[in-house]
Structures are given as C-alpha cells and as structure tokens.
Design a protein around this ligand. Structure first.
Ligand code: GTP
Ligand code: MG
Length: 298
C-alpha cells in the first residue's frame, strides 16, 4: 500500500477535507487500514511507507524466460510501495536471475518451461494482498502501477486487467500479433458472453484471495486468457479492464505466433465446453490466512 502524504493538502484547512474525501471514496478499507492511512496523512510532510499501499501489501510477479535485457529496466522503475517483487526465472540460459537478484527481487527458479507454469510458481509464493503482474521485457508500463492500483481500488471488482487496445504505439506490436490478439479477444468475448478487449494482456491487478476460487489448468501461454475467464465466470471475483500504454519489448521475442495463437484458440473452446481438464490445482489453499504456499505443505 502506498501511503503518500500530500503536503499541499495540509496547506489549508480545506486540505483536511480533501484528504477525508479521498478516504471516503476509497472502497473496501477496513478500520485498521483507514487508521494507518489517517496516521500517515496526518503528518505535515511527504512520507512514503515502503511496502504498503493504502493498507494493502503489494506483490509484483514477473515471469521471465531469457529477459536479461528487460528485467533490469523493469525492476529499476519499480515503485517504492511495492512490498515484494517475485521474478520467476523459467530456466533461462542468460543472466536473468542474476540481474533480478542484483535489483533486490526474490528470484524463484522454475525448471519446467511455460508461461502458465512460471506464473503458478510465482503466484503460489506471493504474499501480498494484491498481486500485480507484468512481463519481464519492459513492454508493460511499470510507471502505471500506482494508477492501476488506484483504479483497482475504485473498480468494485477483484480482478482488473490492463488492456493494450487501442494500441497507441503501432511499433509495439507487429501486425501479425495485432490480428492474433484481436481474433483471440473476439473469440473470448463470443464464447464467454462478455466483451473482452484484450484477452492476451499480461498485466493484471487482483486480490490474491481471488485465486482461491480459480481453476487454472493451463501451463502455457493460454494461462493469460484462462485467468481472465475464471475472473469473468466467478461472480464473486468480478472482472473489468482498463487501458494502458504498451511499448516495444526489449530482448528477443519468445512468442510463436502461429503455434501459440492456435493453441490459445483451441484452449478457449476446450475451456468453454469443459474439455480443458480439471487438474487439481493447488490454488484453493492460497487464501489460507497463514499465507503458507499450498504446494509446500506436502
Ligand atoms: N513465451 C514464453 N514466455 C515465457 C515463458 N516463461 C516465462 N515467460 C515470460 O513471460 C512473459 C511473456 O512472454 P512474451 O514472449 O513476452 O510474450 P508476449 O508478451 O505475448 O509477446 P511480445 O509481444 O513478444 O512481448 C515474458 O516476460 C517471458 O519472458 C515461456 O515458456 N514462454
Ligand atoms: Mg511480452
């Protein structure tokens, strides 16, 4: 939780009213969270309490396969209020893990390759109340995390996905990828009766506890659409999208557009008609208040 006290707010008596008004429009803060926010705002100078954003601990999870070029750039821009950064090194053959460690991230090693596999490993270890995800290639805006968190807290849902469309920077995505992303998003919208502008986005903000009711099967690139589908399907979670600016990735492209595109499309159908399999995923225990990773309990 980021608790930044605004000096301006306190220059006049109206400052107190504005601060109170901000608290009033911030939903879902419990009493102790409100107290801690008031405590911080009550000071007459600018304060950032590292590791907290409005009473919530924030974990950023980043899956990485050979992203030594991008990961340093991503981590160097990480806001101070982020409590924990988990980088999942998906058996990289470059210096991804070492670079991430140098920047103070917690690096987990996942031997089994796969975007979904990497995420499962990272999510199980995340401790924060709110999880933010993004790629290690510096294509998603790290600077937008505070804006996304603020939007998330006002969104009334437990899963907010950042949409890259409409794409502002045309060079950030090849035409082939743009078409593929549009087709997959259209298929998701049609199959799940819900307009989804970017079903393949890799930047999400969600409550960690929401994972408890998700059935996440995919170990591959389809994990991205699957987690959104789970949020859409489970009424108690709720799903919304918000626009972000997407930029050109650093490092080599890993995505295999035809293969991954076809697999993701097939997965959408399989999931829709209950054929995606029901691997007994370990996420239900994630909501355990002790926060002990479920897969470590034997
Ligand atoms: N493709 C791929 N990415 C992985 C894997 N494991 C971890 N990742 C990471 O997952 C993130 C998403 O993969 P990208 O290759 O960037 O896929 P993308 O964002 O859809 O495609 P780009 O537009 O090329 O960035 C990156 O940070 C990868 O390093 C894996 O097995 N395959
Ligand atoms: Mg990427």
């Amino acid at each position: 939780m980021h608790t930044r006290c605004h000096f301006d707010d306190f220059l006049s008596v109206f400052g107190f009213l504005r601060a109170a008004e901000r608290r009033a429009v911030t939903p879902r803060l419990n009493r102790s969270q409100l107290r801690s926010e008031w405590f911080c705002r009550g000071r007459f100078f600018s304060v950032i309490i590292p590791g907290v954003y409005k009473g919530r601990r924030i974990t950023v999870v980043i899956p990485c396969l050979n992203e030594e070029k991008g990961i340093g750039e991503v981590l160097s821009r990480m806001p101070q209020f982020v409590d924990e950064v988990v980088v999942v090194d998906n058996d990289s053959t470059d210096r991804t893990g070492a670079v991430a460690r140098d920047f103070g991230a917690r690096v987990l090693h996942e031997k089994i390759r796969g975007y979904g596999r990497a995420y499962k490993t990272g999510l199980l270890e995340a401790k924060g109340d709110i999880i933010v995800t993004l790629d290690g290639d510096h294509s998603y805006p790290v600077d937008a995390i505070s804006y996304l968190l603020e939007s998330f807290l006002h969104s009334g849902v437990r899963f907010l996905s950042a949409s890259r469309f409409p794409l502002r920077n045309r060079r950030a995505m090849s035409f082939k990828h743009w078409v593929g992303n549009k087709l997959l998003s259209a298929a998701t919208s049609l199959l799940y009766f819900r307009r989804v502008s970017d079903s393949q986005s890799g930047m999400w903000v969600f409550e960690r506890s929401a994972l408890a009711s998700m059935e996440l099967v995919s170990d591959g690139m389809a994990f991205s659409e699957e987690i959104k589908i789970e949020a859409i399907r489970k009424r108690e979670i709720g799903f919304k999208e918000i626009y972000i600016d997407y930029s050109t990735r650093m490092g080599e492209i890993k995505l295999r557009p035809w293969k991954d595109g076809a697999r993701n499309l097939l997965f959408l159908f399989r999931k829709r008609f209950g054929l995606a399999g029901r691997k007994a995923e370990v996420f239900p225990a994630i909501s355990d208040p002790a926060g002990i990773p479920a897969n470590k309990r034997g």
